[in-house]
Design a protein around this ligand. Structure first.
Ligand SMILES: [Zn+2]
Length: 401
């Protein structure tokens, strides 16, 4: 089905993508989008560009089959986290060593993009002999909030009957991912001379009591063993308060990372945190629009805590009984000669936006070991690229026949 030519073209595409630095921040995906556009233009595959914010560019390629039918979407991001320091090789060199291709974004997830693009090219050269439409969206902004990437495309009417998110899964089928709620908690106190603490109200101590309450939350109800990390969690990922000598701190802010399992929702997780705060302060926290608390205010009517929640990803799990999922499984068995392991991904992906906002049934399947995502010396096993390419091509043939 695929041949050496497909492979060498795909590897060279991946090298160009890795060399086209797209660190986020700042999130400029222009160079990377250009690599994709050049390949599409050369092959005569129609595409559109969306750039809702300068520099954050997404490419939407559309390949129509020779007969009408459903739409299959391949989705992936072309922005990466910053390379950082400490690499033993050039993070933008795309060097090949011992069967791996190295560089920032090689695994997360330019390999998935290269495989999706190579599949599109392969299908086009074969004469697009399928019934339906294949769309490839190579988006920006995923390593931030997806607001100008996948979420934007969905707001502009991106639709499909079924989607494959090409994030690295080690060539396993992931049927879901955990959700993520980021929440800032601002705690107000009252300052006084530190030698007379009873006259003030120590915001750091109040924050500490809230954190203890959060740490005592029992997430065993959320257990889902289909996930490698099978429980919901809440973690304090930063804290800032006080610092002046002699003064009882009147404000403290801390930041929470709340992971959610399928069955939990962002709204429920926010309520749970509000309850803990209410137990400690005796008052429901207010909502804050992102700005730091006004430290000069001593209005006794104001709540003692304010929260600023932002739901990054809703958790999801695709039912195994979805007819498209069943055909994905069939394709997997035929191609790899074994049943897939239905794993749930620990981290959030754009798949959750496709499912929760776009109502598009979605699986996650892509080349690369997700454990090296965001690490130094990130590299992708080249043999996995071949597996991904063959799976994507087979899926189109199976789902759009
Ligand atoms: Zn990713």
């Amino acid at each position: 089905m695929t041949n050496n030519n497909d492979m060498s073209e795909m590897i060279s595409l991946l090298q160009k993508l890795v060399r086209a630095d797209s660190e986020n921040p700042p999130g400029d995906t222009g160079k990377c989008a250009q690599v994709i556009v050049e390949a599409l233009t050369r092959e005569g595959i129609p595409y559109k560009i969306e750039e809702p914010k300068p520099g954050i560019r997404s490419v939407i390629a559309v390949l129509e089959g020779t007969k009408p039918g459903p739409t299959l979407l391949f989705n992936g991001h072309i922005d990466t986290v910053p390379a950082g320091t400490g690499w033993s090789l050039d993070p933008f060199g795309a060097e090949i060593r011992n069967g791996y291709l190295y560089g920032r974004g090689s695994t997360d997830m330019k390999a998935g993009i290269a495989a999706g693009l190579a599949a599109l090219i392969h299908l086009k050269r074969e004469g697009a002999a399928f019934a339906g439409t294949v769309i490839l969206t190579a988006v920006g902004d995923e390593e931030n909030h997806s607001q100008y990437g996948t979420k934007y495309l969905l707001s502009q009417g991106l639709k499909a009957d079924f989607a494959v998110n090409c994030e690295p899964t080690n060539l396993d089928i992931c049927l879901g991912n955990r959700g993520l709620l980021m929440i800032d908690v601002f705690v107000k106190g009252r300052s006084s001379h530190a030698g007379r603490p009873g006259l003030g109200k120590n915001a750091v101590i109040l924050a500490n009591r809230i954190i203890e309450g959060l740490n005592a939350l029992d997430f065993s109800y959320s257990r889902d063993d289909r996930f490698k990390d099978p429980l919901g969690s809440v973690s304090v990922v930063g804290i800032h308060g006080g610092g002046r000598i002699n003064v009882i701190p009147d404000s403290c802010v801390f930041y929470l990372d709340r992971r959610m399992m399928p069955g939990e929702t962002g709204d429920l997780a926010v309520k749970q945190i509000e309850e803990v705060i209410t137990q400690v302060t005796g008052r429901l926290p207010g909502r804050k629009g992102g700005a730091l608390i006004d430290e000069t205010s001593s209005d006794p009517g104001e709540p003692e805590a304010l929260i600023n929640p932002e739901i990054w990803h809703e958790p999801f799990w695709m039912g195994e009984d979805n007819p498209y999922v069943q055909r994905c499984v069939e394709t997997y068995r035929e191609l790899f000669g074994k049943p897939p392991v239905f794993e749930g991904k620990s981290a959030g992906t754009d798949a959750s936006h496709l499912v929760s906002i776009g109502k598009i049934p979605t699986i996650i399947f892509g080349p690369g070991d997700y454990r090296v995502s965001h690490t130094i010396d990130e590299g992708v096993e080249i043999s996995q690229l071949d597996g991904a390419l063959r799976y994507y091509i087979s899926l189109v043939k199976k789902l759009l026949n």
